[in-house]
Design a protein around this ligand. Structure first.
Ligand code: FAD
Length: 437
């Protein structure tokens, strides 16, 4: 008896319900990844991370006597073709929520029915499954706090060990895995389950201090697990279980992740349309301002620092994401969607639910119960980068400016200002930002 497991957002052997279930119920299992040309090229950074993660997964499966089978093309056509060639009874897959993933799942279901195979969906992309918690009278939680309360008490599935042995059917060509493509960001983290495991173990001793340190921009002490969670190199449930305290501040962040997944499952247009009815639509159009923001040359140091970290590391600190996104939407008055696309192009952790959910939250079009809150970038900078070390790290033009003066270079003496190769703050017609006075 044979089954195929199509691996997409679950590139790991530990706590992978789809893989574990196939390995315990079937004699032969084909762990398959289909390199999908429709997804390739959206982000060179993520393409690279994906290839590294696949190489790592292949090694882990080979150690268990199996292999990662790699194909290239339409994931539905390729999966069905392979499943028929090996005489599989059916296909296992981790359930995912984006519009693209749901469509792939629907097409697979139709094809499986046509060829008399089963399609079985498994949890594993979130801690608590989207749809696993519903408020009375609704299909999903629209506000975070009640979701968080329900999430803490939710029953969790049991965490699963990695399969000890994986046996491929005879004669399957594993397929070639091309060398990882070149990414765009020189300092991007490498992909793979083994890197994720090391990262988690190294970071865990910091957990007790998370509440105090997670907003310290220069300290940079958050887990940086987000790209590994994005590709499923680490199981979100396994991470949550290691943190012990489901009410703690770190678990709360994992809950935010689940929250946006359950919103996306119910509102698949989240990347393109305001979630909140009646949200503002009067965005300005200003291509030079968008370019300056994208390239980290707005003249607002904390914003430029964040955008440059993004380009260098394919990752940005959460506080800097809030500040840069707030500056684009609430100060420059530009549409959140181009901002979202810039993030999506660079971020290793870029995904539809978290990127869109957070952008909409900041822009006030999403599920923030206080959609009109503002982000004063100077006040944020002084609070979360009090002596300016984060700015000096990422904006070398200002490296010689000491202390928190680095956050407001427009206040420096004119003589000194002229020696800095750094632009004045962008002007926005019709606004008088208090922090420039
Ligand atoms: P930690 O602080 O160590 O948190 C642990 C984990 O919790 C993270 O890895 C992440 O999976 C989850 N998490 C933390 N904060 C959030 C949050 N606000 N929303 C959802 N999950 C969270 N996160 C993404 O994974 N992908 C995105 O595309 C993304 N886009 C964002 C866009 C904007 C405008 C903003 C404000 C935030 C975005 N985030 C996104 C959320 C957050 O910034 C990152 O998850 C976090 O910075 C990752 O770093 P970390 O792993 O060190 O986080």
């Amino acid at each position: 008896r044979t089954a195929v497991v199509l691996l997409t957002r679950d590139l790991r052997v530990h706590d992978n319900p789809a893989l574990a279930s196939a390995c315990s119920a079937f004699d032969r299992v084909v762990p398959l990844h289909v390199l999908d040309p429709a997804l390739a090229g959206r982000s060179a950074n993520r393409d690279r991370f994906l290839h590294q993660s696949l190489a790592d997964l292949r090694e882990a499966l080979r150690k268990r006597g199996g292999d990662l089978v790699v194909r290239h093309g339409d994931p539905v056509a390729e999966t069905i073709r392979l499943a028929r060639a090996v005489g599989a009874e059916g296909i296992g897959l981790s359930a995912d929520v984006s519009r693209y993933a749901r469509r792939r799942e629907r097409r697979l279901r139709e094809e499986c029915a046509r060829h008399r195979m089963f399609l079985r969906l498994f949890p594993g992309v979130t801690v608590v499954e989207p749809g696993g918690l519903t408020p009375g009278g609704g299909d999903h939680y629209q506000v975070f706090s009640p979701y968080h309360r329900a999430w803490q008490g939710a029953r969790r599935r049991a965490e699963l060990a990695a399969p000890r042995r994986v046996r491929l059917p005879e004669g399957v060509d594993p397929g070639r895995l091309p060398a990882p493509p070149k990414g765009d960001s020189p300092d991007a983290a490498p992909g793979g389950e083994s890197v994720a495991q090391r990262r988690l173990e190294q970071w865990l001793p910091t957990l007790d201090r998370y509440d105090d340190i997670h907003d310290d921009l220069a300290g940079d002490l958050t887990s940086r697990l987000s790209p590994y969670l994005r590709f499923g190199c680490v199981s979100p449930l396994a991470v949550a279980n290691r943190t012990h305290d489901p009410a703690g501040p770190f678990a709360r962040q994992l809950c935010w992740r689940d929250f946006h997944y359950q919103v996306t499952a119910a509102f698949p247009d989240i990347a393109s349309r305001a979630y909140r009815r009646g949200a503002r639509e009067d965005w300005r159009y200003d291509a030079p301002a968008l370019d300056a923001w994208t390239e980290g040359r707005t003249g607002m140091p904390i914003v430029d620092a964040g955008m440059r970290q993004l380009r260098a590391e394919a990752w940005m600190h959460n506080r800097a994401r809030l500040i840069t996104a707030g500056y684009l939407t609430k100060h420059l008055g530009l549409d959140w969607r181009p901002g979202l696309r810039v993030f999506h192009r660079w971020l290793l952790d870029g995904d539809v639910p978290n990127n869109s959910g957070n952008w909409q939250w900041v822009a006030g079009t999403g599920n923030d119960p206080r959609p009109h809150r503002g982000f004063n970038p100077v006040r944020q900078a002084e609070r979360y980068d009090p002596d300016g070390a984060y700015v000096r790290r990422w904006v070398p033009e200002l490296a010689g400016v000491e202390g928190k003066a680095v956050h407001q270079p427009w206040r420096l003496p004119a003589g000194l200002r002229r020696t800095l190769d750094y632009p004045p703050p962008l002007e926005v017609p019709g606004t008088d930002p208090v922090w420039l006075r």
